[in-house]
Design a protein around this ligand. Sequence first.
Ligand SMILES: Cc1cc2nc3c(=O)[nH]c(=O)nc-3n(C[C@H](O)[C@H](O)[C@H](O)COP(=O)(O)OP(=O)(O)OC[C@H]3O[C@@H](n4cnc5c(N)ncnc54)[C@H](O)[C@@H]3O)c2cc1C
Ligand code: SF4
Length: 563
Amino acid sequence: MPQKTDPSYDVIVVGSGASGGWVAKRLAEAGVTVAIVEAGRPHRAEDFREHRRPFDLPHANLSRDLLRRTRPTQTDCYALTEYNADWFASDVDEPYTTPADKPFSWQGRTRLVGGRTNVWARQSYRLSQQDLKGRSFDGEGEDWPLDYADLAPYYNLVEDYVGISGQAEGVAELPDGHFLPPMSMTCAETRLRARVKTALGRTITIGRTANLTRPLHGRAACHYCGPCERGCVTRSYFNSALTTVPDALATGRCTLVTNAMVYQVRMDADHRRAIGIRYVDRVTREMHELRARAVVLCAQALESVRILLNSATRQQANGLANSSGALGRYLMDHLWVAGGAEGEFPEFPVEVSLDRARRPNGIYAIRFRNAASGPRSTAFVRGYGFQGGESFAFDWRKPGFGAEWVRAVRNGAPSIRLNGFGECLPYASNFVEIDPRTVDAFGIPVLRIHMSWGDNERAMIPDMADTAAEMLKAAGAVNIRPFTVPDRQPGYGIHELGVARMGVDARTSVLNQFQRTHDIANLFVMDGAGFVSSACQNPTLTIMALAVRSTDYLMAEMKRGNI
Ligand SMILES: Cc1cc2nc3c(=O)[nH]c(=O)nc-3n(C[C@H](O)[C@H](O)[C@H](O)COP(=O)(O)OP(=O)(O)OC[C@H]3O[C@@H](n4cnc5c(N)ncnc54)[C@H](O)[C@@H]3O)c2cc1C
Ligand code: SF4
C-alpha cells in the first residue's frame, strides 16, 4: 500500500531524458505546474568526467570484465566505460527476459537525470516526407498520421535551442535544418565526398551533431576534447540534464522527483481518466502516489510501454490504452553496423598523437537506395545510410619492433570506415509483454522482449557491404575491406521505437498524431514509442520535435477544458 499521498500537479512527466526534458520545459515556461518523475539519481558536479585521466580511476579504465558482473548487457554498449558505468542500470537489479532463440540487447538503460542524452552520440537528422509516408510509397507498414510540413516548424524550434552543427545539402531524402557551422572533414573524407558525388551521385556530408560549433544560449562552443559520453562541463553537447530540465526548474513551476521508479498509471473509479502515477522510491523502497490532470510518459519507448502494461486493470486486462491490441507490438530498432566497408588513403598520411584535437563527430552518407526519384531495389524496400569517418587511433596491429614500430603505429595511412544503419520494418511479431515470472529489485514485473530481423533487413546487409566498398573504390581507397554481420543482434542500435504507434485508426494504433492515447484523453506517450516507421536516421531529433508539438496540443486541450 502507498505510504503517503503527495501533492498534485497539472502534469506529471515520467522521465527526464530527451523527450521528458522538452515536455517539462515547454509546459513550465507556459505557466503549467509540472512534476518530472525520474528513476535515476540527480546529476552532480562530479558527473563531469571528460577530462579525467584513466590512471586516476580505480582500475585505470581496464575494468570491463569487472563491470560485466553487474552490467552484463549494459557493458555491451560501446559508450559504457569505467568512467560512467554508474550512470547505467544494473542488469542484475533491473533484468528483462527474451526467448532463448531471440536475443535482444537492451542497452543504454541509464539511471541519471538526463537519461540517454548523457551518453548519446548526438547524431541528429530529420525524417523526410518519404520516411513518414513509406506505405504510400512501397506498400509496407503504415503511413504516419502527420506530414513533414506539420513537423518542420518543431524541428526548427528544437534545432535552434539544441544547436545542431551540419552542412545543408539540398537532398530530399535528408531534409536540411537550421544548422550551426559544420565541423571540418579531413583530407581523406573530403576526397571521398567529392569523388563519390561525381562518380555515383551520392551525398556524403559531415555528421549533423548536437555539439556546438559556436556559443549558444550561455553554453560554450565545443573544444574537441572528445569523450562526450563522460559528460561536458562546458555544456557543449546537448544533454537534457544541463539544458531543458534546468530551464523547467528555473520557472519555479517544475518539481524534479528523482530515484522514483514509476510502476503504474493510476486511473479514476470509472477507469476513464488517469489521475496520476504510482512509484517506488529506489532508495527507501517505499511506494508513493502523485496526482495530476494529465500524465505524459517519456520513460523511453520500452519503459513507457512497460508502465502501461503493468497498469492493467480488470477492465483493461491487456494493459492501459490497449483497446487496439497494438500496445507493445511493432518494436523496431535500427540495423546497426550490420554491413559496410573500410579502406585506406595512403596519399593523406597522418601523425596520430595523444594531444590532438578529437572531433566528436563523423561523416554521414545519405540514403540513396529506393529514393523517391531513383530506381527501386528488387531485393528490399526502404534504405540505409552510412555513419563513420576517418579513424584517429594508433594502429597497434602494425608489424615490427622498437622505434620503427612506434613510428609505424603513429604514422599510418588514414583509414575510413562506413557503417551501415538500416531501416527496420514494423512487424506485429516483434513485441514486448510482461514476464509474469520475473520482477526487478523493486518488485516491478519486467518486460519479455521478442524481436528478430525480417527478410527485408537481412537483404540489406550484403548490399551495405557492396555499396560501401563501391564508394571507397570510387574515392581511390586501397586495401578495401567490406564486412557483413549477418547475425547482428537487435538492440545494438539503441533506438527502440514503435511499441505504442500513432495512427488515425484507433483500432490499429495506440496514439493519435499528438501522441495522446486513443483510449484515455489525459494520457500521453511522448517518447519514441509512437513512431510508425523507423526510417534509417537516428531518431532523437524527431522524438524531441514530436514531443514539443504534442505538448502544445496538450496545453491547447487543457485550455479548451478537455483535460
Ligand atoms: C550510447 C548511445 C548512443 C546514442 N546515440 C544516438 C545518436 O547519435 N542519435 C540519436 O538520435 N539517438 C542516439 N541514441 C538514442 C537516444 O539517446 C534516445 O533516442 C533518446 O535519449 C530517447 O529519449 P527518451 O526521452 O525517449 O529517453 P531517455 O533519454 O532514455 O530518457 C528516459 C528517462 O526515463 C527514465 N525512466 C525509465 N523508466 C522509468 C520509470 N519506470 N520511472 C521513472 N523514470 C523512468 C530513465 O531513467 C531516463 O532518464 C543513443 C543512445 C545511446 C545509449
Ligand atoms: S568534445 Fe566537445 S562536446 Fe564533447 S565533451 Fe569535449 S567539449 Fe564537450
